[in-house]
Design a protein. Sequence first.
Length: 173
Amino acid sequence: MTSSTSPGIARFNTSADSDALAALHEVCASSAWGSRLLAQRPYATADDLLRASDAAMAELTAEDLAEAMAGHPPIGRPKPGDPTSAREQSGMAGASEDLKAEMLELNLAYQERFGHVFLICATGRTGEQMRDAVRERIGNTPEQEREIVRTELGRINRIRLTRLVERLEEEPA
């Protein structure tokens, strides 16, 4: 390790494989993605971890992407008791009942068309922006949508990995 390795990265690098894999699974439900990141430890910096995440995301098969998407609740319906999905979807928290109902309809139409939940990096987006995105993307081909989903998952993973490293930095030694 270099002297620039943060305490959070150092903790991630030295944690038991099972603990690191469990933490990675909380970031992304794809076992292939998590295994790739685990196999590349140790990381010198958080940026190295993020680059490895991007590379692993680019290599995921359609089945791997489906596994990753299965870990995400529909927009507007975060998992009960899951602060991560609630925080990420906070743009829907103050949405009107009409917008929530429209998102439910759009989510169902999207899921019927593509066979999986509508996935978007919701962090920082309003309910209206998410609604507009699903309206726009529902006309995509399955191939186009798979690549958009790959990009969105990559963004979500970067945010979640950054939070993981920050959380590890705050834990007592």
